[in-house]
Design a protein around this ligand. Sequence first.
Ligand SMILES: Nc1nc2c(c(=O)[nH]1)N(C=O)[C@@H](CNc1ccc(C(=O)N[C@@H](CCC(=O)O)C(=O)O)cc1)CN2
Ligand SMILES: Nc1ncnc2c1ncn2[C@@H]1O[C@H](COP(=O)(O)OP(=O)(O)OP(=O)(O)O)[C@@H](O)[C@H]1O
Length: 186
Amino acid sequence: MKKKTLREQGIIYLKSISQSQRASLSKRITDHVLHTSWFQGASVIGVTVSKAFELDTTYLIHKAWENEKQVVVPKCFPERDHEMKFYRLTSFDQLERVYAGILEPVAAKTEQVSKHQIDLLIVPGIWFDRKGYRVGFGGGYFDRYLKDFNSVTLSLSTNRQILNEIPKDKYDIPVQHVITEEGIVF
Ligand SMILES: Nc1nc2c(c(=O)[nH]1)N(C=O)[C@@H](CNc1ccc(C(=O)N[C@@H](CCC(=O)O)C(=O)O)cc1)CN2
Ligand SMILES: Nc1ncnc2c1ncn2[C@@H]1O[C@H](COP(=O)(O)OP(=O)(O)OP(=O)(O)O)[C@@H](O)[C@H]1O
């Protein structure tokens, strides 16, 4: 199946999860993340701020702050060759809603953080396979960002989002780890 069809079907699946199910899945997945050395060993964590139908990342963000970690969130530059930069978030008041319902840091209220400062990057996705290949939202932002990223990459997923096979193209860079409500997949 083509990525575009998979993406559309994945969004339908994600939207079909009820609010209470989503909250419970997000919490179970995050609790597994909190127990990993990847989380515990990280001082700076890169993560997207989830929008309505995605797994909720705000619980993870609160836990990171509680554990005195820095949280950095991406801002996209579609006009600049789909570049993405990360900014240090200390409060949800520093976010603004941009296109497609996505929340991004306001550059004037936050400080930019360079790629090599990030210890753990949580990579969003719609579908994953067991090698870490994924179908994302189609901006190609993370494939570009991961090209020269050298620290730990991890994705949050429900069991249902793991497929046996994902179409790949030459730009795709797999994530190192996937964690579901049942625990670490790899
Ligand atoms: N919460 C959250 N933030 C995130 C991501 C994410 O997956 N989740 N991203 C993950 O990468 C980046 C944003 N990704 C984006 C991907 C596509 C479009 C977009 O404009 N899509 C078009 C359709 C494009 C197409 O058809 O190919 C649209 O919605 O009209 C915007 C942002 C960074 N922030
Ligand atoms: N490193 C790259 N350099 C140039 N173009 C790229 C690169 N990575 C991806 N692209 C292009 O970006 C578009 C989206 O890529 P793809 O379908 O893999 O997105 P995705 O993995 O779902 O999205 P994302 O990485 O934002 O989560 C494609 O047209 C792809 O060719």
